[in-house]
Design a protein around this ligand. Sequence first.
Ligand code: NAD
Length: 269
Amino acid sequence: MKGLTGKNVLVTGATSGIGQAIAVRFAEEGANVAINYRRSPEDAQDTVEMAMQKACGKLEKCGVKALPVQGDVSKEEDIINMVNTVVEKFGSLDILVNNAGIQTESPSHEIKTEEFDRVININLRGAYLCAREAIKHFLNNKINGIIINVSSVHEIIPRPLYVSYSISKGGMGNLTKTLALEYADSGIRVNSIAPGATITPINSAWIDDPDAKAAVESNIPMKRAGTPEEMAAAVAFLSSDEATYITGQTLFIDGGLTLYPSFSEPWTS
Ligand code: NAD
């Protein structure tokens, strides 16, 4: 994809699932990737190896760097340290991908305040604070920086029993638009991808159970879940020089899930 070689990228929550695929895809495109993990550097090892394998193939060394970087995105201090570390090790930061996210299930009238706060603090406040630190760096260094937020179809589809998750992704849609508008004339682009049901560990409740998986997939117009690689391809596109006039947008990648599937057969005249 045009314009990604040599770029310095930070992907939060890059130890598994969509974040891992995004980091690997950037390395494949010739970008240096900082692979954020929360607890142990071991957690980032698989992503580092996959990224280097894609970037260098059989060569023992190539120009691409894959750097594990610690940071709990619910902690402001960790975020500041994480962005500083990436800038120090890579020399600069060009692209931030806010991917880290969690979800918890509870009836909305029973959710504990701490549980609610935990989801918002990781999914929304964390994404904002990472963006804030990246934007400071972009402005101070006159970088035409790029931010991609990993939102969800639940940015627009209400999700009962997951109110904190729904709010966090709805907020992420407005975070994307607000930052895009505020910094458009500084050459900074901000966009989101909104995955539908995707085969990753966050969906362990159904991906390994054939009946549950079939039930989920029966609701998707394309009749299958998405892959992390399909999400990563859209992130690469939005970050590339093929997308230089796109800002403030959420790209839904969902096999048609946001197309009101129940209207696929007429049920009213
Ligand atoms: P996942 O559980 O594999 O990935 C989540 C990542 O976030 C993990 O690497 C985890 O370690 C990291 N993380 C969690 N808390 C963190 C914290 N405090 N600090 C730093 N990292 C933290 O699941 P995934 O499906 O790959 O999810 C990635 C993103 O995609 C999430 O934002 C999720 O909401 C979004 N998403 C996923 C789906 C889906 O169906 N899989 C659909 C829509 C949106």
